[in-house]
Write a protein that binds this ligand. Structure first.
Ligand SMILES: NC(=O)C1=CN([C@@H]2O[C@H](COP(=O)(O)OP(=O)(O)OC[C@H]3O[C@@H](n4cnc5c(N)ncnc54)[C@H](OP(=O)(O)O)[C@@H]3O)[C@@H](O)[C@H]2O)C=CC1
Ligand SMILES: O=C(O)C1=N[C@H](C(=O)O)C[C@H](O)C1
Length: 266
């Protein structure tokens, strides 16, 4: 059985701690270190509520990759640090599997070029839940027949980025299928700024943030006399874990950066 040496960035977070529990269940994954903002030099097993891994915690990514032999970095942190971690990992020859959202298109292009130059596999996926990937793919298909569409994404109120990475990716996929189209009345005016949400290529994205939510999205298509709604709900962060495991296995065979889990699924 292969043994993939993994570093997790953001181990105390909602997603990072779930990723540790996923690693614990797989004998072929070996947690060799974690990157955190706090607890320098401590062990994961010493942090209350986390699994009993002996892996050491580093607060400095360079020190981490200089001290530890790692194959894969799983990043589940913040847009700012996720980008820096991904770039540094590629420079050290460590394959990033990134769930962190909020990267700009310029950052994604830069990371793609860097991975190509270094011939290092990388996966950046705004959503690792298989149902969400299907929701995006079905939406892309539907946009061929329904060019009028609005996206409503709903998340917990601790989320930093808006719109969600999933909503942005959905809009990008729809853009591949339809001509740019300004939706709604040509003379419509917002009497309160932001009432129509974000505008991507004429498509509107609405972001809801409330306690109690996890991660939810509806893509609503309209046509005279009918509507089609494609909806996905993640009720638990376990929903993202099989996609992360799948990406870890695949990234070991890649030598380029892949953006979006749909590009790895058959
Ligand atoms: N692709 C996907 O399928 C999914 C992606 N996400 C994305 O994953 C990211 C994390 O989400 P979530 O777990 O909910 O967020 P959390 O805020 O719960 O976790 C983020 C963690 O990262 C830590 N952190 C921040 N900066 C650093 C750093 N420089 N080094 C190490 N750790 C750091 C934070 O530390 P501290 O606690 O001290 O602030 C925190 O523990 C978000 O971008 C989110 O959008 C979420 C769900 C699914
Ligand atoms: O922050 C979250 O929680 C999530 N973030 C990702 C996103 O921005 O799309 C994926 C999922 O929606 C959960």
């Amino acid at each position: 059985m292969s043994n993939i040496k993994v570093v997790v960035a953001g181990p105390r977070g909602r997603m990072g701690s779930e990723a540790l529990r996923m690693i614990e269940k797989h004998d072929d994954l070996n947690l060799v270190a974690c990157l955190d903002m706090k607890h320098e030099g401590e062990r994961i097993k010493d942090i209350p509520g986390l699994p009993a891994f002996d892996a050491k915690i580093f607060t400095d990514i360079d020190q981490c990759f200089q001290a530890v032999d790692a194959d894969v970095l799983i990043d589940l942190t913040t847009p700012e640090y996720g980008y820096l971690h991904t770039k540094t990992a590629i420079q050290y020859g460590v394959r990033p599997v990134v769930g962190t959202t909020g990267f700009t298109s310029e950052q994604l292009a830069e990371l793609t070029d860097l991975a190509e130059e270094k011939r290092i596999g990388a996966v950046i996926a705004p959503n690792f839940a298989i149902g969400a990937v299907l929701m995006m793919q079905f939406s892309k298909w539907a946009a061929k027949y329904f060019p009028d569409v609005e996206i409503i994404e709903k998340h917990h109120d601790q989320k930093l980025d808006a719109p969600s990475g999933t909503a942005v990716k959905t809009a990008e996929l729809i853009k591949q299928e339809r001509e740019k189209k300004q939706q709604g009345h040509p003379n419509e005016q917002e009497t309160i700024q932001g009432a129509r949400g974000a505008n991507v290529d004429g498509m509107h994205i609405h972001s809801v943030r409330l306690p109690g939510l996890v991660a939810h999205q509806e893509v609503i298509f309209g046509s005279p006399g009918e509507n089609l709604t494609i909806k996905h709900d993640s009720f638990h962060r376990q929903s993202f874990m099989s996609g992360i495991k799948f990406s870890i296995d695949h990234v070991m065979k890649l030598d380029v950066l892949v953006y979006g889990l749909e590009n790895l699924l058959e």
